[in-house]
Design a protein around this ligand. Structure first.
Ligand code: ATP
Ligand code: MG
Length: 392
């Protein structure tokens, strides 16, 4: 006897009330996209679960893909079977004998209220049959094995094995943010965490050729193709940043260069987020990591925009960020050697507590507005999507 379905549970999204229909629609679409290689699967989308009929596809492989999809709370391997109580006794016993564990609990649910036996009674009948025929004990609070039985109109669904899902919300149920993507370790992880909350991203990158090498673009595309697992199509805008950076070093005190450079980055992100209808900016900043990420610096840098700036890594340790980076398969790409525009122009003593009036004075020495305008007019857009990518 083999499992023939996977049941997908929504968890956190059940609390979403009236938006639930949309969430389920987006989640079902994301699931179908992610599983497009498994051509025999069939989907039964319902208000409280999504059932995936396996049709002999390998369930371990399907589950591996599903565990990465945000918006899924848990997954169960289920067997669709006849709802006759004698059959349910036989099936549950057979399935539980394949599981590891010492304790169990039976949880029956009657979606079909016409079924003649009430849930508590089903629990009792099934549990006594298991107790009689195995050495397992009942534990209602923290069982090793949970036997779920769901009686629906068309059939009964039995499950003894549940897997944890990624949690969060389905990608695409939230608004779009303009994400600052550097090619380092942090910003791809930050992007992943935002996607997990249901947001959609597009990316902006500041390139400083010839100081930064052209390989950076390949690196960014490779990173984004890893994120395509969560968002199928990601737009990346490359901003030519060299002239502005050189100008900053010409007009300002070296210790202020990073602060001013980051204010320029934020100005670009702010402009582009408005042009491309994003609701905020995001990046991989983490408090205290470098001089520009003290709260004093963040205040001065953040002052150039009034859209929300999302920093999902704000309180995370680097080692935890690295763990995430490995988990999403980005780490080996992120550590490929390359020169970032920040590392090239790395001042010896960057200000950790920059003074806003000084910053404004330095910035007044050049017409950055027209330089920003000019760079925006010369931006390059790359679309990275699942399976391939092309340049517009
Ligand atoms: P990362 O590992 O993401 O490069 P970091 O620890 O090196 O981060 P910084 O270089 O100070 O930190 O950058 C902080 C954040 O600013 C980055 O996470 C990224 O979101 C953004 N950023 C930095 N450099 C660039 C760039 N060249 N293009 C776009 N965004 C950038
Ligand atoms: Mg960096």
């Amino acid at each position: 006897m083999n499992y023939d379905h996977i049941m997908v549970r929504f968890g956190e999204l059940s609390t979403k009330g009236k938006n639930k229909k949309d969430f389920i629609r987006v989640l079902a679409k994301n699931i179908k996209n992610a599983l497009s290689d498994f051509s025999s699967l069939e989907y039964i989308v319902q208000f409280d679960h999504i059932y995936i009929k396996l049709n002999n596809e390998n369930h371990d492989e399907v589950i591996k893909v599903l565990q990465d999809i945000s918006g899924i709370h848990a997954l169960s391997l289920v067997l669709k079977t006849n709802d006759d109580i004698e059959n349910l006794k036989k099936v549950t016993l057979e399935l539980i004998q394949k599981e590891d564990g010492k304790t169990f609990k039976v949880k029956a649910k009657r979606a079909n209220k016409a079924y003649p036996i009430i849930s508590d009674e089903i629990n009792r009948i099934i549990a006594s049959n298991i107790l009689k025929n195995t050495n397992l004990k009942v534990d209602v609070h923290n069982p090793d094995i949970l036997v779920s039985i769901e009686i629906r109109e068309e059939s009964a669904y039995v499950s003894t094995h549940t897997y944890k899902g990624a949690g969060g919300y389905p990608v695409g149920t939230g608004a779009k943010v303009m994400h600052m993507l550097s090619g380092g370790i942090d910003s791809p992880v930050a992007a992943y965490l935002l996607l997990k909350r249901g947001l959609t991203i597009e990316c902006i990158h500041f390139a400083s050729p010839p100081y930064t090498n052209i390989g950076v673009i390949t690196k960014l595309k490779d990173l984004l193709s890893k994120l395509n697992k969560y968002q199928e199509r990601i737009k990346l805008t490359i901003i030519p940043f060299t002239k502005i950076q050189e100008k900053i070093y010409e007009v300002s005190d070296e210790s202020y260069a990073i602060t001013i450079m980051r204010r320029m980055m934020y100005r670009f992100a702010d402009r582009l987020s408005k042009i491309n209808h994003c609701m905020g900016i995001s990046n991989g900043e983490s408090v205290g990591q470098v001089a520009s990420q003290t709260l004093e610096s963040m205040n001065v840098i953040n002052a150039v925009t009034n859209v929300p700036v999302l920093r999902p890594l704000v309180a995370m340790d680097k080692l935890d960020i690295i763990d995430f980076s490995r988990k999403i398969d980005c780490y080996d790409i992120s550590i490929r050697p390359y020169e970032d525009c920040c590392t090239i122009f790395d001042p010896k003593n960057p200000k950790t507590k920059p003074a806003l009036d000084k910053v404004i004075e330095f910035e007044s020495r050049f017409d950055y507005e027209s330089m920003i305008e000019d760079a925006l007019n010369n931006r390059e857009v790359i679309i990275v999507k699942k399976g391939d990518e092309d340049i517009i």
